[in-house]
Design a protein around this ligand. Structure first.
Ligand code: MGP
Length: 230
């Protein structure tokens, strides 16, 4: 399924509406009818903020947030990660996406995750345990567009090896923003390379990116070396 950015396509048989209903930047206002008679006061029943037939995604996804102030005080890594919202339709995705801060507005130290439902964004999760991650880096505050493109590619199932994907995270740090895609079976080199190459194409990202096994990150922390590069 292709999830369009800022889509304005026909969603119902009767009425064209945006699936990005709360986006203040969009030309289309909430529930605005895009064609025909636009005086909605004449036909109040035809104006709907939510389409009648939601568009289901292949997977359900959960947004998670880690709060930097809680993180500095925490005893164990991960104890301040909270799940925020689980969505399973295109419409639910846009309602949450349009009502949360994008990476450039998050505080330094924040981690924002979007993972398949029931997979926790931790090395310890059994589905992530043998996995790894591709990472792209950006100057501080410059990752918003690529974060959105990453989310759309994942939830729209644009990757040939989408089953390999656990989710994505954006880390907001003082020196840079980082976006990573976490995968399930790090040793499946062909699948990882395919995901890395496709991701770079979707983002139009030209620098070399590296893949780190979680197993190596656990052992060597920041000393973990890339096992693959594309
Ligand atoms: P990080 O936040 O992913 O990296 O991991 P970053 O941004 O380079 O570091 P930061 O210090 O600027 O935040 C930072 C550290 O958190 C790691 O070195 C681990 O000690 C711990 N950590 C990170 N992750 C993703 C996990 C995890 O999944 N499980 C556990 N137990 N610790 C983790």
């Amino acid at each position: 399924m292709v999830v369009e950015e800022n889509p304005k396509s026909t969603l119902t048989d009767e009425t064209q509406i945006t699936t990005n209903p709360n986006n203040d930047d969009a030309d289309v206002e909430e529930g605005e009818i895009l064609d025909g008679d636009d005086d909605s006061s004449k036909h109040p029943s035809s104006v709907a903020a939510v389409p009648r037939h939601p568009h289901p995604l292949e997977n359900s996804w959960t947004f998670w947030f880690d709060n930097p102030s809680a993180k500095s005080k925490q005893a164990a890594w991960g104890s301040s990660i909270r799940n925020i919202y689980t969505f399973s339709t295109v419409e639910e995705f846009w309602s949450i996406y349009n009502n949360i801060h994008h990476p450039s507005k998050l505080a330094v130290g924040a981690d924002f995750h979007c993972f398949k439902h029931k997979i926790e964004p931790k090395w310890e999760d059994p589905i992530c345990a043998n996995g790894g991650k591709w990472t792209v880096t950006f100057s501080r505050g410059k990752s918003d567009t690529c974060w959105l493109y990453t989310l759309l590619a994942m939830i729209g199932e644009q990757f040939d090896h989408g089953d390999e994907i656990c989710g994505a995270v954006v880390n907001v740090r003082g020196r840079q923003d980082k976006i990573s895609i976490w995968t399930k079976n790090a040793s499946n080199e062909a699948a990882q390379i395919s995901i890395g190459k496709q991701w770079k194409e979707f983002l139009d990202y030209n620098d070399t990116i590296g893949f780190i096994f979680h197993e190596d990150a656990k052992k060597h922390d920041r000393g973990a070396k890339n096992r693959y590069a594309v």
